[in-house]
Design a protein around this ligand. Structure first.
Ligand code: IPE
Ligand code: MG
Length: 202
């Protein structure tokens, strides 16, 4: 989810307005994903490197996560969405961690969509931890979509993306909608995935 800040700046708004618009985009995409055949959706909400941003912006983002979880958990449950938050929790406010645990518990039986929200997430960190603690990494990523025009991975799901198809879109995250997701999936279905084998063998 990249481009919130630039989306706001282009409209003469504070960056935080872009993050709020970004939260609306999350609602739209989460709603449309199951009917487009998406079973697991992982959203990069806050990277471990985002702590480097000004305190005010970080505080706003944390407040938005809090609010999103508080206001959406019941709707996610009603819509059969299971929510998991991936990333470190030891640097999050205890009240936010409690909210995360409560939302994960409430939505644990959801089977229509597995929504994974990456907060204080670093793929390198996750890989190191999985070696040290024998904890597991996530499922293979089929399609990685990056909004906002950048063409890099930025420490997101490095190991899981070993055979991911990459899709880059210049649109900023607050403008991303169901049609963009549909197009990205159509593009994905047109790719030939060989996983190192020859075409005929797949
Ligand atoms: C993505 O938007 C949201 C987060 C990383 C929290 P950005 O905040 O990166 O927006 P730009 O890249 O400055 O436009
Ligand atoms: Mg950015």
């Amino acid at each position: 989810m990249d481009g919130n800040g630039r989306w706001a700046t282009a409209r003469g708004l504070p960056r935080t307005a872009g993050h709020r618009a970004g939260a609306d985009a999350v609602r739209r995409v989460v709603e449309s994903a199951p009917s487009l055949g998406v079973e697991t959706l992982t959203l990069f909400a806050f990277s471990s490197d985002n702590w480097k941003r000004p305190t005010r912006e970080v505080t706003t983002l944390m407040r938005l996560f809090h609010r999103y979880l508080a206001s959406e958990a019941a709707a996610l449950q009603d819509n059969g969405v299971r929510l998991s938050v991936i990333g470190r929790r030891d640097r999050l406010a205890p009240s936010l961690v409690r909210q995360i645990v409560a939302a994960e518990r409430l939505t644990a039986d959801g089977r229509r969509l597995h929504l994974r929200l990456a907060v204080d997430y670093s793929a390198r960190d996750a890989i190191k931890r999985s070696v040290r603690e024998a904890s597991s990494l996530g499922p293979d990523v089929d399609l990685l979509i990056r909004t906002g025009g950048e063409r890099r991975l930025s420490d997101f799901l490095l190991w899981e993306c070993a055979y991911a198809e990459l899709h880059f879109i210049d649109k900023r995250w607050p403008d991303f909608d169901a049609t963009d997701l549909e197009q990205a999936l159509a593009d994905f279905h047109g790719r030939q995935r060989r996983f190192g084998a020859l075409p005929a063998a797949v």
